[in-house]
Design a protein around this ligand. Structure first.
Ligand code: ADP
Ligand code: MG
Length: 263
């Protein structure tokens, strides 16, 4: 298939939630193409629709209008058993590893479960060891439970789990927002090196423009469910077109000591 076909694409997606008598329009007509090899930052304040977009891109939820395509094929509205290949190829890391990792499962099983569920070929024990090494955790971590790790280590476990089926796209929904500032840079650096080493396409969701700047070559700005601006990171930084983007940039501290790069 042509490399010009985006690996992941949202076409005019809207999502409204109904709660009691109210209807919330979380996303409104968002179109976004993610080319293979892209590192795309999706930024916006809390409530702007970032997680909703992530769930739609992952086909964990269905759009009210519009459609999501993976390599040109529609994934919205498909049955779960038709999505096995898609599930291997597109993986997610959530903000809070404490709620995304089952506390009753040992790390070995947390990493092996998606391999089994998605029928990933190869030796499971070897794969788990490989995954732990790739997120720089010791081999004996496999025997322990999530609560026996720090927040940063738990996020490493969640990342290892996502890498299990050798995805081509990783969607990370605020993966460092729940972590102590001191460990954020470590996890961002890890993500940057994984993107490089495994040639991942990255959709990195954040409310923090500073983080996105160092990790992503392009940026999409969400504001109240609308995509208001998209383009190369350096261009958006140099000359933001939308007032809201300017506000987001104004919130970025001028002096930064951490430096992470995916490219
Ligand atoms: P973000 O991730 O940018 O903070 P979300 O996508 O989580 O934004 O939410 C966008 C809007 O949709 C918010 O107003 C939120 O309250 C609402 N929303 C999200 N999920 C649901 C849900 N399951 N039911 C009702 N409203 C929701
Ligand atoms: Mg969110």
């Amino acid at each position: 298939m042509s490399s010009l076909v985006p690996v992941l694409e949202a076409r005019g997606v809207s999502k409204s939630y109904r709660s009691r008598h109210r209807s919330v329009q979380a996303l409104d007509g968002v179109s976004l193409a993610v080319p293979a090899g892209a590192t795309l930052g999706v930024v916006g304040e809390s409530g702007s629709g970032k997680s909703t977009l992530a769930r739609l891109l992952l086909a964990l939820d269905q759009p009210t209008e519009g459609t999501v395509l993976y390599r040109g094929a529609q994934v919205s509205g498909r049955r779960e058993r038709e999505l096995v290949e898609f599930r291997r190829r597109v993986q997610i890391v959530f903000q809070d590893p404490m709620s995304s990792l089952d506390p009753r499962m040992r790390v070995y099983d947390l990493l092996a479960e998606p391999l089994r569920a998605l029928a990933v070929p190869g030796d499971q024990g070897e794969r788990v060891a490989e995954l732990l090494a790739s997120v720089e955790l010791p081999a004996d971590a496999a025997r322990r439970y999530p609560h026996q790790f720090s927040g940063g280590q738990r996020q490493r476990i969640a990342i290892a789990r996502a890498l299990g089926p050798s995805p081509e796209v990783l969607v990370a929904d605020e993966p460092v927002s729940a972590l102590d500032v001191s460990v954020r840079a470590q996890i961002l650096n890890l993500l940057a090196s994984l993107v490089r080493d495994f040639n991942l396409t990255l959709v990195f969701i954040s409310h923090d423009m500073a983080v996105v700047r160092h990790l992503c070559r392009s940026v999409a700005v969400l504001y109240r469910g609308h995509l208001v601006e998209t383009g190369p990171t350096h261009q958006i930084y140099r000359s933001p077109q939308h007032e809201y983007t300017r506000e987001l940039l104004a919130a970025v501290p001028r002096v930064r000591t951490e430096r992470v790069r995916a490219h």
